[in-house]
Design a protein around this ligand. Structure first.
Ligand SMILES: NC(=O)CC[C@H](N)C(=O)O
Length: 222
């Protein structure tokens, strides 16, 4: 079971994400964004949070052009798993692996707090460890988390049960309170909140751990 965590200039949640993968039993490698290939046998790619390239030109826009993102797109095309968290979600939208975009928060301020989320679907390897409708507490920390998409995309996300998490409340103005979405094959997840920051009681919560455990379970039983 192998995870690869990408590292861009300005990533700052890469090590936390590696700790979370390792806690769930993943053999985890850190991969510099200039590499052209993922390590042999990579099952899941973690695209971490942070401030890649200082958030110029838009959050995630420059990182999306990194050589490693071609390998990530090929991995996703083969049906590989990809987990993008916060800046990672922004990178996946900029790479077009997920639809829509993350705009400036409606309140124009950086939001940094524990946030209640509703798990909207348990039908994915990322969310199988939760119950649909379950409320969990996961931190948010971003200034561009305001998810937007055209009406057709929003309708498809709803009709295909691809909204993974919604905010309880509206920390950033995201359309339909969307906090995280799945790709059509349900193997790419992008989310603004940080599950890797709640995998140990010492961090103030453990509601992120079921995600890493259920990913491990899915790979073991595959
Ligand atoms: N924690 C993060 O990944 C932040 C993402 C991005 N820099 C933003 O502020 O929106």
């Amino acid at each position: 079971m192998r995870a690869a965590v990408l590292v861009f200039p300005g990533s700052n949640c890469d090590r936390d994400l590696a700790v979370a993968f390792r806690a769930a039993g993943f053999d985890t490698a850190m991969v510099w964004h200039k590499d052209a290939a993922l390590p042999e046998g990579t099952d899941i790619v973690g695209v971490p949070g942070g401030f890649s390239y200082g958030d110029y030109l838009r959050c995630g826009a420059i990182a999306a052009q990194s050589p490693i993102m071609r390998a990530v797109a090929a991995h996703a095309e083969r049906g590989g798993y990809v987990l993008g968290i916060c800046n990672g979600f922004q990178v996946l939208c900029e790479t077009r692996l997920l639809p829509g975009a993350l705009m400036r928060n409606a309140g124009l301020k950086f939001v940094c707090k524990m946030q209640a989320l509703r798990v909207e679907t348990a039908d994915s390897a990322f969310t199988a460890g939760y119950r649909a409708g379950q409320e969990i507490a996961v931190p948010v920390a971003h200034h561009d988390g305001n998810y937007v998409a055209d009406p057709e995309t929003l309708a498809a996300l709803r009709a295909e049960d691809r909204v993974a998490f919604r905010y309880v409340g509206s920390p950033n103005g995201a359309m339909d309170d969307i906090a995280g979405i799945l790709s059509p094959n349900r193997r790419v997840l992008g989310m603004m909140p940080h599950p890797e920051r709640v995998v140990d009681a010492a961090q103030g919560g453990t509601d992120g751990m079921p995600m890493f455990r259920s990913l491990a379970d899915a790979l073991v039983s595959a």
